[in-house]
Design a protein around this ligand. Structure first.
Ligand code: SF4
Length: 476
């Protein structure tokens, strides 16, 4: 794998808002015309294929709002709110498990949020027991059971308790240790609190520790963020994610609490990213792709090298070929050739499960074209290259004519040395690796359709349907 080369001028030139492609098509294409019968059809195809299952559990609660947050979460100081949620979650687990009977044990499980550690340890145990009853959990050392933790919300025995429940991977939200930034985003979290979680995780056998950072936050400076990066590197996490903050207060109410005048300029943000890349690469971290870095001996870095890396809703993963069952509020499932998302409000979630219905809200059945483009975009995101011949054989197309418009759009990027189109292969260069989104976007048929001129009167009726706001982001 080529080293990723950071070229600020090219990043400035080609960076534009776009999807993070944790799925293709993106959630912006999901519609409410997708219903329970579509889902059951996908489940049947999944059963026929016999692929393994992985699970995602969404815990929507947080004790206080971080002002930068764009997640679907419910702020509550009272932990008692979790009891009713867990009761419904158990029902959902039972209903979904009945559909997928006999497919366990599950080797991949992720708890995300919100704040999964909002649940007490006994509540977490209750949910894990329900998952075990329904799907069958694994004790194999090969299992990947991960959980996002908030160091501010942990008790001294929390990490030991999570290890006893079977978790062996941990993801820690840090964002920035600079007190001025923490105050500006309403997230006060000391280095010592975070260090204690890392030490506990190592002591209790967690074999992967991941840290999340955000650049572009209010009051962030090169000096302060540089210190944060040094502190994070001193913690020696296996993986580091550095996300770009996108200020969209019109979409995310909490962001309205951020003073726009405190935000770094695009130039300063580019400097923050450059510093991040420089410090992490100097410390030996490998750029995996799309915001993610890993130590060379980490499975993600090894998967990047051997071509087995996969893109998923959490970013990247090492196990491909599994169908994903999403459980809980707003959780997304990827089953066979379809995506499906749960309802996003507690009322709707409870109402569905209290009346014996799965809490499905919307989804998408992929067309043949969607499947082809998904395979291509996954190749770009995970392998930095597209094997054109493989796609031609698998999807019965002529690559150059099928993608003529996308290849035309890529010409300026090729002229600037970001991509190379060979006879049988499209390859992202080392300079292009920080602009994977820009390379992928020309292949996104839905994005191109959305960017096309507005339809004239009399065009297809569903063109007028309101679409959910896309969650686009950019590098700077
Ligand atoms: S960033 Fe995480 S902890 Fe903060 S409000 Fe959002 S989901 Fe909750």
């Amino acid at each position: 794998m080529d080293l990723a080369l950071f070229d600020p001028a090219l990043i400035e030139r080609y960076d534009r808002p776009g999807p993070r492609y944790t799925s293709y098509p993106t959630a912006a294409q999901f519609t409410e015309s997708y219903g329970a019968s579509d889902y059951l059809g996908a489940v049947q195809r999944s059963r026929d294929s016999g692929v393994p299952l992985s699970l995602y559990v969404h815990v929507p609660f947080c004790a206080s709002p971080c002002f930068y947050c764009g997640c679907n979460r419910i702020i509550s100081r009272s932990r008692s709110i979790a009891a009713g949620y867990i009761e419904r979650l158990e029902r959902e687990i039972e209903m979904q498990a009945a559909l997928f009977a006999g497919r366990g044990p599950v080797l991949q499980l992720h708890f995300g949020g919100g704040t999964p550690t909002f649940f007490s340890l006994p509540q977490m145990e209750q949910v894990m027991q329900a998952l075990d009853r329904g799907f069958g959990l694994s004790r194999s050392p090969q299992r990947e059971y991960s959980i996002e933790v908030d160091p501010r919300a942990l008790l001294p025995d929390s990490i030991a308790g999570l290890a006893a429940l079977g978790f062996n991977r941990i993801s820690i939200g840090v964002q920035d240790f600079d007190p001025a930034v923490q105050e500006a985003v309403n997230r006060l979290q000391s280095y010592e609190q975070t260090e204690q979680v890392v030490l506990d995780a190592r002591r209790h056998g967690f074999n992967s520790v991941s840290v999340d950072l955000i650049y572009g936050l209010p009051k962030q400076t090169l000096e302060g963020f540089g210190r944060t990066l040094d502190q994070v590197i001193a913690l020696a996490p296996d993986r580091v994610s550095a996300y770009s903050y996108a200020h969209m207060p019109q979409l995310f109410k909490a962001q309205g609490q951020i003073n726009g005048a405190d935000l770094p300029s695009s130039q300063q943000k580019l400097g923050l990213l450059q510093l991040t890349v420089a410090k992490l690469q100097a410390a030996g971290y490998v750029y995996v792709g799309m915001d993610h870095f890993a130590r060379p001996d980490d499975e993600l870095a090894r998967a990047l090298d051997d071509g087995s890396l996969q893109r998923n809703f959490q970013g990247y993963s090492t196990r491909g070929g599994a169908d994903l069952v999403g459980l809980g509020l707003s959780a997304i499932s990827r089953i066979a050739d379809s995506y499906c998302q749960n309802v996003k409000t507690l009322d709707a979630y409870y109402a569905a499960l209290d009346t014996g219905r799965l809490p499905l809200q919307r989804g998408l059945q992929l067309s043949a074209d969607d499947r082809l483009r998904r395979a291509l975009i996954e190749d770009l995101m995970c392998r930095d290259r597209v094997d054109c011949q493989r796609l031609e054989h698998e999807y019965h197309i002529d690559f150059r004519s099928y993608f003529a418009d996308a290849l035309e759009a890529l010409k300026p990027l090729a002229a600037d040395g970001l991509v190379e189109l060979g006879e049988h292969e499209l390859r992202v260069t080392a300079k292009g690796r920080f602009l994977l989104r820009a390379v992928a976007m020309p292949f996104d048929a839905h994005l191109r359709a959305a960017q096309a001129p507005a339809p004239v009167a009399g065009a297809a009726a569903n063109q007028d349907l309101p679409r959910p706001a896309p969650r686009y982001s950019r590098v700077i």
